[in-house]
Design a binder for this molecule. Sequence first.
Ligand SMILES: NC(=O)c1ccc[n+]([C@@H]2O[C@H](COP(=O)([O-])OP(=O)(O)OC[C@H]3O[C@@H](n4cnc5c(N)ncnc54)[C@H](OP(=O)(O)O)[C@@H]3O)[C@@H](O)[C@H]2O)c1
Length: 324
Amino acid sequence: MRRIRYHSHGGPEVLTLEEVPAPVPEKGQVLIRAEAIGANFVDTQLRRGMIQTELYRRPLPRPLTGDVVGTVEAVGPDADPDLIGRRVAAASEDAFGDLVLVDEPGLVRVPDGLDIGTAGALPMMAPVALGALRAGRPARGETVLVHSAAGAIGHLAVQLAKVLGAGTVIATASTAAKLDFARAQGADAGVDYTDEDWPQQVRAASSGGVDVVLDAVGGDIMRRSLDVLAPYGRLVTYGAASGELGAVPVADLFALRSVTGFSLLAAYAADPERARKDQAELTSYATRGLLRAAVHARLPLTETPEVHRLLESRAQLGRVLVVP
Ligand SMILES: NC(=O)c1ccc[n+]([C@@H]2O[C@H](COP(=O)([O-])OP(=O)(O)OC[C@H]3O[C@@H](n4cnc5c(N)ncnc54)[C@H](OP(=O)(O)O)[C@@H]3O)[C@@H](O)[C@H]2O)c1
């Protein structure tokens, strides 16, 4: 089978296609023949060696993370043999290959007829969007601001904010086309956060300030987001796509603002039952047509470097899929 690895940190060209024997599932594992793999932006930063936090540190050579959708081809000892032939989705730290090994408990059974983009969002992207939103404790009717709202997680967060009962949802992104896309996901207003006065534009759209901000851009965008919060407003930080984590001046919190962090890995480590509950909730939204993941492009596995170039160009509206 073919798979992708990088043996050194660097640009997209370090991504290497390798031919290796098919893996054999061990105890509790399942082998999936990949139909499509959803790419993750964070891998572009990991590939460049930009992220050195303990949570993400792994040795080289390193595979790419992603969400695989496909059919179970084989199961290991103790895994359910009835899964063979079943269409499933799962997140994996070694997702870019013709065949992908995953642990059975992490599997999502894809409902019949669900489109491939939405199926691929169920293991990780949609749970991150849901978890980040819930970390902001949005009450019905409150105003929610979603940064980088045209991205893979961002556009799902816009949809889920509405599902959870948000009042006004404000989207930010870097181009007019992305803002149109975010409005099509249900956002009530769009603000280009490359404009210097974007906080004023957000305040104008929010009448009285924002109750919950979801931010995975970091840096200046995260820091200036504090200024758009209403009294008792909450900023949820769950990533740093800009490459800068940013700092929160404690004095800025005195105006009744709070900042909280969210990581899916940490959330599921703290409460292993939560993954199952998230899946049930999100699958229900998906089958009822309340949650739909947009697919920006589908590229072959051989063009994985091109996938990373695309993600780094910030062009994607929704998710980029690799099709083996
Ligand atoms: N906490 C968790 O558990 C968790 C799990 C998975 C991912 N994440 C994080 O969630 C974020 C979104 O991930 P995703 O896969 O859905 O990516 P994505 O949103 O599809 O892509 C990243 C977006 O970030 C924006 N961006 C802002 N500054 C940028 C810069 N300097 N360079 C490149 N992009 C920039 C771009 O949108 P604009 O062009 O509109 O600015 C870009 O499209 C990432 O920060 C990722 O690390 C967190």
